[in-house]
Design a protein around this ligand. Sequence first.
Ligand SMILES: *Cc1c(COP(=O)(O)O)cnc(C)c1O
Length: 399
Amino acid sequence: MDIRSRSGLRPVINVSGTMTSLGASIVGEPVIEAVAQILPQFVEIDDLQKKASTAIAAACGSESGYVTASCSAAITLCIAATMTGDDHGLIEQLPDTTGLRNEVVIQTGHLVNYGAPIDQAIRLAGARVVTVGAATEAHGYQLATAITERTTAALYVVSHHTVQFGMITLEEFIAVAHGKGVPVIVDAASEYDLKRFIEAGADLVLYSAHKFLGGLTAGIVAGTKARVRAAYFQNGGIGRGMKVGKEGIVGAIAALEAWQTRDHVAIRARERGYLTLWREALNRFAGVWAQLDPDPTGNPLDRLKLHIDPQEARITAWDLADALARPQRGGAPVIVRDHEAELHFFFLDPCNLHPGEEQTVLARIVDELEHARSAPQPIVTPFHQRDARHVAGRRNWPD
Ligand SMILES: *Cc1c(COP(=O)(O)O)cnc(C)c1O
């Protein structure tokens, strides 16, 4: 029996993407195997992290690398590294930044929330956030002005969560920052391309090991040797509370190795099969318009964008998403990607499905659409009420 059912947990189907709130991603067999082998053994962590450095360097084309607790931890620790270098006295002084450069420049349109606000990951190190440009528009000259003798680092975020237009390109961002002698850290947590940002000249590039890579929860730091070393040494300072264990390090190494040999073409074809199945079937419903949607940051991944016209379908996109997550007439809970649902669409992300689940997903959506069609009243919750319900729903945890 499924461990979730045995423990009284709902066996959810994840068509939303790699979400921390749902357990990140499916950890593959080679990673499970490697982790199972290290768990009962002792190992010298400095040596294990040296192996990680070699694996990360090979995968990312960087000089060095190391593994930390998460990409969010990596942001904090890499910013700390730019402030302290490898000086252990300064490392122990943080988050008190007296006497140190402590300002981090970041575009306003890059101030994302990935479960927590990214500016807090900066401030955790003791640094100060200096925003560049407006929410929807930034220019190189603004970055140049924002950089002063107090600037310790420039942080660039690559993510579908950022504003996708009007931002400074990575190339210009690096040119301006480097022109002023400031290192560039790239948060590429969910980006499939392990080489592009190092090649572009970034000093430190950060990934999540538990997203597309399918590792255990961990963060991957790639970069120049001196910078990576200074970040690694933060484990003797503020990084202690963000430590990764042997299982996370071994998991990240195994995931990077598996990534090199993964059959990406076959996986893409399988995902395309799911998307086509859903699109053909769902486009037959009145008020539903399904189209393939390429990943906004260029990852080799498409999703199905499902527009729901509440007049014709007799249900809103957000009510449909909620009905899928909380089945009233039996069936598996299906969690869709609904962070823009107030715009009357949500996405189906095919990356984290076990074979056969694509049929369950389709059957559940069809069931909810048919139910809405024959319901006595259209299913239309005002969006602000839905939002308030979601917020309130978590307030009494663990009740
Ligand atoms: C997921 C994500 C993070 C956080 O990554 P964790 O490894 O889960 O801490 C940071 N930045 C972006 C852009 C993300 O998508």
